[in-house]
Write a protein that binds this ligand. Structure first.
Ligand SMILES: Nc1ncnc2c1ncn2[C@@H]1O[C@H](COP(=O)(O)OP(=O)(O)OP(=O)(O)O)[C@@H](O)[C@H]1O
Length: 488
């Protein structure tokens, strides 16, 4: 399988041939619309200079591929923000073949000035310095990145927290894909997920994001970009880019959240997280992919559903990956299970479903179970106008999944590739894995028995879900109503 010819100048990006349901788009768009129009502030360079103490080492927060980030104290200390100072490099352009070249900073300003969401690292304002460099002022995230929490923290996050982060990021990506003019992030990875003061995950770094429709010239002439290890192996040809490329990257992020290992890590065999995790998931060996520092979740159904969801996101066949709405709905159910493991476990015991001993084929059923529970929830929810996506069939079949890179400890974004140093080892791909999964046929009597019990259990599950959704909605509403950190 060919993968990422990093100087693929001819590759053209297109937008969102999937998930393009006008009806649902309208509803979601309205739901995600901020209550008030937001204002992007114009800052002066001296203002930012003062706010960052002259871009001092003391204010330094971190360094990325495109620039450095500083903590800034603005409005007499009333507003704490992060200032992103980008390198002025004419070769760094995300739309390199276009007449109107855009640097990642300009791109980020353009996109974030049109979309705001509680799950994004939102733009507060920007400034242009004397050398025509753009400086971005974004919301300050005091608790580091998800990458730091997963890989550098002495106290690795619990399952509850991991699933909460995953759901929050899924919601952020869903909001981008469902925006009036869709946005494809193209660089979803743990280091671009930052943690705010309330320990909520926010998706940041829109330097490579694309906003637009298929016919947009600027979208069409944008070469592939992303981060090795997270990049969709199918994103090679002009028509390849879609929201499903983000789904792939999100799947990698999910595997990283589950396992606590890097997307590409030479300490594992195979080094690629996809090549390592997917065969284990296909064998039903879910405990082997759990972060050994925290072990498996109390409810075995949690890891099973989570792992299967991740495996579906990283499928090589783009069309077979779920859309982000389906991912969000699946994660909501998993989130409820991880919050109330004892209720779910006693439920399982009462209805005689011993999930931990079921093979992978049954795990596929279990995934359907998530989906069915989801449907039950949506039935309950429909009274309150909750929309649930259509659900694609769950089948793994005969498929080639994944690839293996050879080394990357901390993955960096690749822009339009003119600015990126890639040695041969990083761009090489190993052979993919082809695994055929036989489908299990249940005997009539057994399936009838299970069906009878499942219906009973699902009724109870639906009631629990409804209760938990209400709690969820309450906290989500509170969060939505919280004013954005913008001082005008
Ligand atoms: N809004 C923010 N609040 C607090 N810290 C931030 C913020 N944005 C970025 N940082 C810190 O600055 C560092 C550099 O961020 P940046 O987004 O430039 O690069 P990156 O995502 O780490 O790498 P890459 O550019 O390759 O994607 C991050 O590691 C993060 O710790």
């Amino acid at each position: 399988m060919g993968f990422l010819s990093c100087n693929a100048e001819s590759t053209i990006a297109t937008c969102d041939p999937y998930n393009w349901d006008c009806k649902s788009r309208k509803k979601k768009t309205n739901r995600n619309k901020p209550n008030k129009p937001f204002k992007i502030r114009d800052f002066t360079y001296p203002e930012l200079l003062k706010a960052t103490k002259g871009f001092s080492a003391e204010s330094f927060l971190g360094k990325g591929s495109h620039g450095t980030v500083y903590k800034a104290s603005l409005d007499d200390g009333k507003l704490i923000a992060a200032v992103k100072k980008t390198y002025r490099n004419p070769s760094i352009s995300i739309h390199s073949n276009c007449t109107t070249c855009t640097t990642p900073a300009e791109n980020e300003i353009e996109i974030l000035s049109r979309i705001q969401h509680p799950r994004l690292v939102n733009l507060i304002g920007f400034c242009v310095d004397s050398k025509d460099r753009k400086l971005l002022v974004v919301e300050y995230m005091p608790n580091g990145s998800l990458y730091d929490l997963l890989h550098c923290s002495s106290r690795p996050p619990s399952w509850t927290r991991r699933i909460r982060f995953a759901l929050q990021i899924a919601k952020a990506v869903q909001a981008l894909h469902l925006a009036n003019t869709p946005v494809i992030h193209r660089d979803i990875k743990s280091s671009n997920v930052l943690i705010d003061e309330n320990w909520n995950a926010r998706l940041g770094d829109f330097g490579l994001a694309l906003r637009g429709h298929v016919e947009d010239v600027r979208v069409k002439c944008t070469p592939p970009a992303g981060t090795l290890g997270y990049l969709d192996p199918g994103y090679l040809a002009p028509s390849d880019l879609s929201t499903k490329s983000d789904v792939f990257s999100f799947g990698i992020l999910l595997l990283e959240v589950i396992s606590g290992r890097n997307a590409i890590d030479v300490n594992y065999s195979p080094p690629s997280i996809v090549d390592w995790a997917v065969p284990l998931i296909k064998r039903g060996d879910f405990s082997s992919i759990c972060d050994h520092r925290i072990g498996s979740p109390v409810d075995p159904g949690v890891i099973k559903n989570l792992a299967i969801l991740a495996a579906r996101c990283v499928r090589s066949t783009t069309e077979k990956r779920p859309g982000m709405t389906e991912v969000v709905e699946g994660l909501k159910i998993i989130s409820k299970r991880v919050h109330a493991p004892h209720i779910w476990n006693s439920l399982r015991r009462r209805v005689g479903l011993a999930e931990e001993s079921r093979p992978f084929e049954a795990a596929i059923d279990s995934n359907e179970e998530v989906v069915n529970a989801n449907k039950a929830t949506s039935r309950v929810g429909s009274r309150r106008n909750r929309k649930v996506s259509s659900v694609s069939s769950v089948e793994f079949g005969n498929e080639t999944i994944g690839w293996a890179g050879e080394r990357v400890i901390r993955s960096k974004s690749i822009g339009s590739f003119g600015d990126t140093k890639l040695d041969g080892s990083e761009s090489r791909r190993n052979a993919s894995v082809a695994v055929k999964i036989p489908l299990v046929k249940l005997s009539k009597s057994r399936s009838t028995g299970v069906l009878h019990r499942s219906i009973k259990s699902r009724e109870i599950e639906a009631s629990i879900s409804e209760l938990l959704i209400r709690l969820d909605e309450k906290s989500e509403k509170e969060m939505q109503e919280k004013p954005l950190v913008i001082s005008i």
